[in-house]
Design a protein around this ligand. Structure first.
Ligand SMILES: *[C@@H]1O[C@H](CO)[C@@H](O)[C@H](O)[C@H]1NC(C)=O
Ligand SMILES: *[C@@H]1O[C@H](CO)[C@@H](O)[C@H](O)[C@H]1NC(C)=O
Ligand SMILES: *[C@@H]1O[C@H](CO)[C@@H](O)[C@H](O)[C@H]1NC(C)=O
Length: 357
C-alpha cells in the first residue's frame, strides 16, 4: 500500500488547474500557452502557419482555416503551447507527411488535431507524434493514424495523458505507442490494427476504458527489468483477422510488474458480435488487490461494454472525417474486417489513403 502524498499522487481531476474541463490523469495539469495566435494558412511555413505559431513558447493557438497542412519537415513544438484544433472551421484541421515533435519540451496541450504521417515521411525513425523526454503533456480527441516509427513515441516522458484519441493503422514498424518513465494515463482511446505497443509501457500506468481492435500484441511491458505498477480497468480487447493469439492482449508482462485489473473483457471469437469474457490476468504480474493509484477508480466510470459504446461514439477529432469513419467501421465489424497495413493507400481511401479534409 502506497502512502498518498499529493493531488498528483492520487491523479484525481481537480476543480481548478486542469488543462481543460474534463482533463484526467497525469498530463491533466498542463497549463499550455496564453498568448493568442490564429493560424490563417495551411502552408508549411511562413506567417500565419502552424509551424510559425509553434516556433515561440507561450502561445494559445486557434485556427481560422480548415484542412490538411502538408508538412515538408517535422514541426518541433515549443514548450508552454496549446493547440486548439477544435476551433478550426468544419471539417477541422490535420497535418500529414511528417512528425509533430514535443521532444524534451514541457507543458503542452493538443486537442482535436489529426496527425497522419504516412508514406510521405522520408525518415523511418520519425513518429506521428514524438514526446520523448517531454514533461506535462496532454493529447485529447486527437486522431493519430499512419505513424511510421511509432504512432506515439514517448520514451523518457513524464506526466502524460492521452485521452479520447484514435491511435490506428500504424505503417512502418506498425507500432502504437512506446512510453518509458511516466507516470502516464491512457484513457478512453481506440487502438486499431497494430502489430504491437498499444502501448508498450515501462512506467507506472493508468490504462482505463480503452478499446483495442485487431491487435497482434496489445498492452505490452517487454519483460523489462523495471518494477512498475499498472491499473487496467474496464478495457475491451477485441480480436480481428490479424490477431494470431488472443492472449497477447497482455504481452511480455513478467513478475517484476504489479497490476490491478478489473472489468476488462476479451472478445476472441471474431464472430461479428460484441461478446467475450473476463480478462483480468495480466501476464504473470504480481496481483494488486486495489489500484496502485487511488485516482484510477474515480476516472474508471465505464464498464468495458459502456467504454465500447462511448469510445466509438466520441473518440478522435471532430467532426469525424473519412479516415476516422473508416477506422470506426473496421472496428464495428467485430472480428471480420481489418488488416495491419504497410501504407495508408492500402485503406483505399481518397487522396492516396489520407482522405480529404
Ligand atoms: C509531474 O506533475 C506533478 C504534479 O503536477 C509535479 O509535482 C511534478 O513536478 C511533475 N514532474 C515533472 C518532472 O515536471
Ligand atoms: C485559449 O484559446 C481557447 C480557444 O479560443 C480558449 O477557449 C481558452 O480560454 C484560451 N486559453 C487561454 C489560457 O488563453
Ligand atoms: C526482473 O528484474 C531483474 C532485475 O531487477 C532481472 O534480473 C530479471 O530478469 C527480471 N525478471 C524477468 C522475469 O524478466
Amino acid at each position: 500500500m502506497r502512502v498518498l502524498i499529493s493531488a498528483f499522487a492520487i491523479g484525481l481531476p481537480l476543480v481548478s488547474g486542469l488543462a481543460f474541463t474534463g482533463a484526467v490523469g497525469f498530463g491533466s495539469f498542463a497549463t499550455g500557452g496564453t498568448e493568442a495566435y490564429v493560424v490563417t494558412s495551411l502552408a508549411d511555413s511562413g506567417t500565419g502557419t502552424l509551424r510559425d505559431a509553434t516556433s515561440v513558447s507561450g502561445r494559445n493557438i486557434t485556427f481560422s482555416v480548415p484542412g490538411y497542412i502538408v508538412l515538408e519537415s517535422p514541426i518541433s513544438l515549443s514548450s508552454d503551447t496549446t493547440i486548439n484544433g477544435q476551433t478550426a472551421p468544419s471539417p477541422g484541421i490535420g497535418v500529414m507527411g511528417r512528425e509533430i515533435s514535443a521532444s524534451s519540451k514541457s507543458n503542452i496541450i493538443i486537442r482535436n488535431l489529426r496527425m497522419r504521417q504516412g508514406s510521405m515521411e522520408t525518415d523511418d525513425t520519425k513518429s506521428a507524434f514524438n514526446m520523448g523526454d517531454a514533461t506535462n503533456i496532454i493529447l485529447d480527441h486527437c486522431s493519430i493514424e499512419y505513424g511510421v516509427y511509432d504512432s506515439v513515441d514517448a520514451v523518457g516522458a513524464v506526466n502524460v495523458t492521452v485521452s479520447n484519441s484514435i491511435i490506428a493503422f500504424p505503417i512502418g514498424q506498425q507500432f502504437g505507442a512506446h512510453l518509458e518513465t511516466g507516470p502516464a494515463t491512457w484513457y478512453r482511446n481506440l487502438w486499431v490494427s497494430a502489430h504491437n505497443r498499444q502501448p508498450l509501457t515501462k512506467a507506472n500506468t493508468q490504462y482505463i476504458n480503452n478499446v483495442v481492435y485487431n491487435y497482434q500484441a496489445a498492452y505490452t511491458v517487454a519483460d523489462t527489468s523495471g518494477d512498475f505498477s499498472h491499473d487496467l480497468i474496464g478495457n475491451y480487447f477485441i480480436t480481428g483477422p490479424s490477431t494470431t493469439s488472443a492472449s497477447d492482449a497482455y504481452y511480455q508482462i513478467d513478475d517484476n510488474q504489479s497490476a490491478y485489473a478489473s472489468g476488462n473483457l476479451l472478445d476472441s471469437n471474431k464472430n461479428g458480435v460484441l461478446d467475450g469474457s473476463a480478462a483480468n490476468t495480466i501476464g504473470s504480474a504480481k496481483v494488486l488487490s486495489s489500484p496502485w493509484n487511488s485516482g484510477s477508480a474515480a476516472i474508471a466510470s465505464l464498464t468495458a461494454q459502456q467504454a465500447y459504446t462511448t469510445v466509438l461514439a466520441g473518440v478522435g477529432a471532430s467532426p469525424r472525417d473519412s479516415v476516422d469513419a473508416y477506422v470506426i467501421s473496421i472496428v464495428e465489424s467485430l472480428g471480420t474486417e481489418g488488416a495491419i497495413i504497410g501504407s495508408q493507400a492500402d485503406t483505399g481511401l481518397a487522396n492516396d489513403g489520407y482522405g480529404t479534409l
